[in-house]
Write a protein that binds this ligand. Structure first.
Ligand SMILES: Nc1ncnc2c1ncn2[C@@H]1O[C@H](COP(=O)(O)OP(=O)(O)OP(=O)(O)O)[C@@H](O)[C@H]1O
Ligand SMILES: CC(C)(CO)[C@@H](O)C(=O)[O-]
Ligand code: BAL
Length: 297
C-alpha cells in the first residue's frame, strides 16, 4: 500500500493520532539500516500504533564544503522502503516549512559533548542536528523516537537534550545494521567506487580487531592498538584511507578514556572511528565491555 506523504506542518497536524506514535528521523536515501529503525518502531507501537518517518536533508547540520548539495535525494524509492518496513506516513517537508523564518537565530546548543569527536571535526554540526531534531519532535509530537547506534554521539546528544530540556518523549537506540562483510550501512556508501568500498572496509575491520583484542584479555589499550594497526595498513592502500580520528570514549559524554583508565558508566567504552576514503567521509563505532565474555556485543 502506498504510504501518504505529508509536506506541511498543517498536514502533519491533521494526521489523526492512533495509539502510541513513533517517529524515525532520516535524511532520506533509505537503506536497510533505516528499515530496521522503522521495524523496531512498529514492534514498539504494535499494529494499533502509528509510525511516522521524516525525510529531510537539514542544511543547518552541514558545514561549508560538506556534501549538502550532492547528498542523495531519492524520495520515490524512500517511500517504498518506508512502506515496506511498516511506516504509516512520511513527513517530507521543503526547507521553508522547517525554517519558516529563514536561518534560525535561536538554536539548541549541544554543549561540551557537542564539541568532542564528531563535533571537533564538524564544528556546528551537532547544534544544527539538535535544532532540527527539536523542531521535528515538536512537529511530529511522538511518544517515542528511534535513532541508530551507528551515529552513537548523535544518539547520546539527543538523549541528553531530551533529559536536559524535559521533552516528553522516549528515546530508543537501535543496533547498527551491517553488510555481510561488516561495512556499516550508510547513505554515503553510495558515493564509494568499488575500490573505495574495499578500502572503507577497514573501518569495521579495525573496530572488530579492537573488540577481539579486548576479548582476548588485552584491555582497552590493546583494543585501540589493534584497531590502529588495521587503519595504518589501510592508509597505505590504493585508494588510501585518511584517518580523522580513532578514539576510545565514555558512552555517556564522549570524553576520551586514557590508556589505562576505566570508562565511567559501568566500565563500558565506545571505540569510534571516522575516516575519509576519496571524497567520502564515513563513521563507525562499537561498544566495548571490558570484563564481559566477547568484550562487546
Ligand atoms: N547502518 C545503520 N544501522 C542502524 N541505524 C542506522 C544505520 N545507518 C543510519 N542509521 C540511522 O538512521 C537514522 C537516519 O540517518 P541518516 O539518514 O543520516 O542515514 P545515514 O545512513 O547515517 O546517512 P549518512 O551516510 O548521511 O550518515 C539515524 O538515526 C541513523 O543513526
Ligand atoms: C537525526 C537527523 C535526521 C537530523 O537531521 C540526522 O542527523 C540523521 O539522519 O542522522
Ligand atoms: N547520519 C548523521 C547525519 C550527518 O552526517 O549529517
Amino acid at each position: 500500500m502506498p504510504v501518504p506523504v505529508l509536506r506541511t506542518a498543517a498536514e502533519l497536524r491533521a494526521l489523526p493520532r492512533r495509539g502510541r506514535r513513533a517517529v524515525v528521523m532520516t535524511m532520506g536515501a533509505l537503506h536497510e539500516g533505516h528499515a530496521a529503525l522503522v521495524r523496531a518502531a512498529r514492534e514498539r507501537t504494535g499494529p494499533e500504533g502509528q509510525v511516522v518517518v521524516t525525510v529531510f536533508v537539514n542544511p543547518l547540520q552541514f558545514g561549508a564544503g560538506e556534501d549538502l548539495d550532492r547528498y542523495p535525494r531519492t524520495l520515490d524509492a524512500d517511500l517504498e522502503v518506508a512502506a515496506g518496513a511498516g511506516a504509516d506516513a512520511v513527513f517530507a517537508p521543503p526547507v521553508e516549512e522547517v525554517y519558516p523564518g529563514g536561518e534560525p537565530e535561536v538554536r539548541i546548543s549541544a554543549g561540551p559533548m557537542g564539541g568532542r569527536l564528531e563535533g571537533a571535526s564538524r564544528p556546528g554540526h551537532f547544534d544544527g542536528m539538535l535544532t532540527v531534531v527539536a523542531k521535528l519532535l515538536h512537529l511530529t509530537a511522538p511518544d517515542l523516537a528511534l535513532y541508530g547506534e551507528k551515529d552513537a554521539q548523535q544518539l547520546a546528544l539527543i538523549t541528553r537534550m531530551v533529559r536536559d530540556l524535559n521533552f516528553p518523549v522516549e528515546i530508543v537506540g537501535v543496533p547498527t545494521v551491517r553488510e555481510a562483510d561488516g561495512l556499516a550501512l550508510s547513505s554515503r556508501n553510495r558515493y564509494l567506487s568499488p575500490g573505495e568500498r574495499t578500502t572503507a572496509l577497514a573501518l569495521s575491520r579495525a573496530l572488530f580487531a579492537g573488540r577481539d583484542a579486548l576479548a582476548a584479555g588485552g584491555g582497552l589499550r590493546a583494543a585501540r592498538a589493534a584497531a590502529g594497526e588495521v587503519l595504518a595498513r589501510a592508509a597505505e592502500a590504493d585508494p588510501p584511507l585518511v584517518l580523522d580520528y580513532l578514539a576510545l570514549v565514555d558512552p555517556s559524554d564522549f570524553t576520551e578514556i586514557g590508556d589505562d583508565g576505566d570508562a565511567a558508566g559501568g566500565g563500558e567504552a565506545v571505540l569510534a572511528v571516522a575516516a575519509r576514503v576519496g571524497a567520502t567521509r564515513l563513521i563507525d563505532n562499537v561498544r566495548l565491555r571490558p570484563g564481559h565474555p566477547g568484550g562487546a556485543r
